[in-house]
Design a protein around this ligand. Sequence first.
Ligand code: URA
Length: 239
Amino acid sequence: MQIHKILQSQGFGSRRDCRALVRSGLVEVDGQVIDDPFAEFDADGFEFTVDGEPWEYREKAYLMLYKPTAHECTRKPEYYPSIFSLLPEQLAERGVQPVGRLDQDTTGLLLLSDDGQFIHTWSSGKKKIPKRYRVELKHAHTPELIDALLTGVQLHDEPEPICAAAIEVIDELHLWFTITEGKYHQVKRMIAAAGNRVEGLHRQSVGGLELPEVLEPGDWAWMTEKHFTALASFSGGDD
Ligand code: URA
């Protein structure tokens, strides 16, 4: 593939921008400046640098972000910075989108991709993908609260009660809370419907994929084979 087309596919701008980028001498392959935008390379596994920054060709982008608090999961945020401010602009340019959304004050694992099928699969409620949250409650939990959440609470715009897939008590104000749907403000609304209030929410895992320990709030990383395997390994995830 011609190098300017490779650059365009990776989010470095329009074809014209990418031809100009190559001509400017900022693109190197194996330490050699490539200034011919039409130079041909095998895209598969192609590594290059732009202005000294290393990149690898990826047909599709799959990444994990440790979403910090006070960030909105939209491109045009209203009150807080966008999560896209935490990512290289090439990723937004190539159409990367979050797989579902977390509220501005929720922290933790957020997947992003420009693969529409991947986004659809992992954000749909159909696959019953477990999403595990650490919840901080306003009031100490009670057996009645946990019972109500496990047997199902009625949310006003839902036809049927929704239940937590699992709850584990951490201490009197903290729970691990697993849901398999992905409804708007689901955890907060379920806990409010059961008579308590969420004071803090952190997503620890999606499917079988845990938030990588190496990530700090605001950090992101490419997904590797090991992360895809982990993501798909959860009970009920084989069909
Ligand atoms: N449930 C919520 O209420 N908020 C989130 O950000 C995620 C799940």
